[in-house]
Design a protein around this ligand. Sequence first.
Ligand SMILES: [Zn+2]
Ligand SMILES: [Zn+2]
Length: 346
Amino acid sequence: MRAMYYEAFEATPEIRTLPDPTPTPGGVVIKVEATGLCRSDWHGWMGHDPDIRLPHVPGHELAGRVVAVGRNVRRFREGERVTVPFVSGCGHCGECRSGNQQVCEEQFQPGFTHWGSFAELVAIDFADHNLVHLPDAIDYATAASLGCRFATSFRAVVDQARVTGGEWVAVHGCGGVGLSAIMIAAALGANPIAIDISAEKLDFARKMGAVAVINAREVADVAEAVREITGGGAHASVDALGSPVTCFNSIKNLRRRGRHVQVGLMLADHATPQIPMAQVIGHELEIYGSHGMQAWRYDAMLAMIESGKLAPQRLIGRHVSLEEAVPALTAMDKATDLGISVITRF
Ligand SMILES: [Zn+2]
Ligand SMILES: [Zn+2]
């Protein structure tokens, strides 16, 4: 198979021909038809993720066709169209048994714990617990774009923050995660407020359903600006970027008993940010993380996509080839693209 491959962190990846994978008894091999590029791939390539062992093939947002099936797999057959959550469960630990595969104790993450989908083929273990059948109406690029940012935002807004119609939802950062959260909150009938430092991204956020926008470069105090718009603070708030400043503001801008969800990764120097704990106590705030979404919850999201309530395809920017994905990956920290880049040519 052709794949993007690196032997050292921060060294330019190359496109190589590698041996085709074979399925484990409980796993499958998928012919990758589309795979999204994500900032987590950049973090991995930089060496920020302790799960990655070298040499490595990145890529964790994928959709494709099953081409080989292990002997113990019951629910999937060759030829079926599938996608997979980027955090996959082992199927037998306590968390998996409770339906929380997204925090599995022995999780399988293509592109992190195992070789990923920037390749013609990818092996996925524990297939019965992790694969999701794709409805015919959802194309591969759209399905790949759900893999991490959109599904994580869905869990953040729907399951963790429990957003309901009419609520104010502050979204800090308007990259893929933030725009997804805005679209999902708007689809639930809530009022999303977009916060970013790019006027262009804020314009796009309005098109995705933001009812108000705040340019963090143009206000003295972001939390105060949210409080003003919402008459006292947001009911729910998402840090979609993952930085000490956005994390702090996302908690600070909540009304009493508000819910903060941290979706943007906080790695390396950012792993232990300051938070306004006095306010968390005095106002009974709730603080959550959101770490992917378990396969069985995809049904709710796919139903909203099929009915047209959610249109994740609007967040797709460029379709690129495997070769074009190399410079896109290595420059991802400086990327100014509005939409998600998806590899659709291998
Ligand atoms: Zn597990
Ligand atoms: Zn991702």
